[in-house]
Design a protein around this ligand. Structure first.
Ligand SMILES: *Cc1c(COP(=O)(O)O)cnc(C)c1O
Length: 333
């Protein structure tokens, strides 16, 4: 057993999406609500941080230091768990043209995190320098990688897979669809599935990396987590399923398919997706249903990984407004 610090509200709900399923005319769609993990407005990083934080507490750490994009959900969740446990938190965030106090950044401030802005190319150097100076100052830093995707973080999603299996019981799930970024989430799910000899298949929808790199990362992290639990299972990149064809204009840049998916989930099920990860994964899933890749009679489980606070940042509210204007202009011909 690998120890964790209990932080999340688990199990997260597993629900059916009957109206969305009917509207798409394809498989039955289920949803696993990891947007409801309960700490700091939720999301998949809380599960990972339960395991990383136990490790940090075991090492008597006093300051969490991590790194991410300006609207990083991972950084926001790290800031929240630090507050909850009475630790300091330093976030090294990628410089955005206007780093306004909105969306996740607003929450980072509320949770009392210290924010250091760094240009993309400088970020890793600034991260290491921040760690060194925190060490010198006796602040006992604990470093958390991008997305908390290390072996412990991946292991958390092996445990999440087991949780889902207990909820499903004897129901047959043919596909599991999840947004995949720094790969830890998909790695843990694939490890859990592999260890249980699960018959369903797991498809990661890439939000940034190309298929080759993402498969390598997923397999690597799955194997590291397998080693951590002294299991003998090893996965090859070839065993991992990734679709990198829904990346549009790139990371953090939602297009029409993402906004359409957001509206479908919101209008048919009252569920809010996030513009960077889950809307992209949902757009991918919807496209694969329309192409008859996922078929009627099958059951697809969509794993909601959270991220909604980013929606309330200026850049995404403006982006959605532009989308509605584009649609109106198209309707007028
Ligand atoms: C981080 C994140 C992901 C991706 O998880 P990885 O383990 O980095 O692949 C998906 N969705 C949301 C909302 C996230 O914040």
């Amino acid at each position: 057993m690998i120890a964790k610090k209990q932080l999340a509200t688990l199990p997260t709900p597993l629900q059916e999406l009957p109206r969305l399923s009917k509207a798409l005319g394809g498989p039955l769609i289920l949803i696993k609500r990891d947007d409801l993990t309960g700490v700091g407005m939720g999301g998949n990083k809380v599960r990972k941080l339960e395991f990383l934080l136990q490790d940090a507490l075991d090492q008597d750490a006093k300051t969490l230091i991590t790194v991410g994009a300006a609207q990083s959900n991972h950084c926001r969740q790290t800031a929240a768990v630090a507050a909850r446990l009475g630790l300091d938190c330093i976030l090294v965030l990628t410089e955005d043209k206007a780093h306004e106090l909105d969306g996740n950044v607003l929450l980072d401030h509320l949770y009392g995190a210290e924010i250091i802005w760094a240009a993309e190319e400088e970020r890793n150097r600034v991260f290491m320098e921040t760690a060194e100076s925190a060490s010198r100052e006796g602040r006992k830093p604990y470093l958390i990688p991008v997305g908390a995707s290390n072996p412990l973080g991946a292991y958390a999603y092996k445990a999440a897979f087991d949780e889902m299996q207990r909820q499903i019981g004897s129901r047959e799930i043919t596909w599991l669809v999840v947004a995949s970024g720094s790969a830890g989430t998909q790695a843990g799910l694939c490890l859990g599935a592999g260890l249980q000899g699960w018959h369903g298949r797991i498809l990661g929808i890439s939000v940034s990396s190309d298929e080759h790199d993402l498969k390598e990362n997923v397999a690597f992290l799955a194997n590291e987590a397998s080693g951590l639990m002294e299991a003998s299972l090893r996965l090859e990149p070839l065993d991992i399923l990734v679709h990198d064809g829904f990346r549009g204009e790139g990371y953090g840049l939602p297009g029409d398919p993402e906004w359409e998916a957001m509206e479908l989930f919101a209008r048919l099920e009252g569920i809010v997706l996030d513009p960077v990860y889950t809307a992209r994964a949902a757009a991918g899933m919807i496209s694969l249903i329309r192409e008859d890749f996922f078929r009627r009679g099958e059951t697809v489980l969509f794993w909601h990984t959270g991220g909604q606070p980013a929606l309330f940042s200026d850049r995404y509210t403006k982006d959605y407004q532009k989308f509605t204007e584009r649609r109106l202009a198209a309707m007028r011909g």
